[in-house]
Design a protein. Structure first.
Length: 105
C-alpha cells in the first residue's frame, strides 16, 4: 500500500494545485470595504439614529401635552364636583340668610 501511495505522490507531486494572487490577503479588507460601501452605511445609521431620537422627542412632547390636558380637565371636573357637593349640603334658606346678612367689614 505504501508503494502505491509513494508512486501516486511522485506522480502528482508536493505542489499545491491552487494559488492565491499576489497581495490578496493584504488588500482583502480594502476591497471588501469598497465593494459594500461601508462609508454609506455609517451615514445611514447615524441619520437613522438621529431620526429615531427626534421622533422619540416629539412623542414625549405630545404625550406630555395629552397628560397635561387630562390633568387640567380633571381639576376642572373636581372643582365642579366640589361646588355641587357644597351646594347640596347647604339648604336654600341658609344661603338666603348668608347673602342677606350685612357684612362686618
Amino acid at each position: 500500500m505504501e508503494k502505491r501511495d509513494n508512486i501516486l505522490m511522485r506522480k502528482i507531486g508536493n505542489e499545491l494545485p491552487f494559488r492565491v494572487p499576489e497581495n490578496y490577503f493584504d488588500q482583502f479588507a480594502l476591497q471588501i470595504e469598497d465593494q459594500i460601501g461601508y462609508k454609506h452605511i455609517v451615514k445611514r445609521k447615524a441619520l437613522k439614529s438621529w431620526m429615531f431620537m427626534a421622533a422619540m422627542f416629539v412623542c414625549v412632547l405630545i404625550m406630555g401635552e395629552v397628560f397635561n390636558t387630562i390633568h387640567k380637565n380633571s381639576l376642572a371636573r373636581n372643582a365642579d364636583n366640589y361646588e355641587t357637593y357644597v351646594l347640596s349640603q347647604v339648604d336654600e334658606t341658609s344661603l338666603m340668610d348668608y347673602y342677606e346678612e350685612p357684612s362686618t367689614n
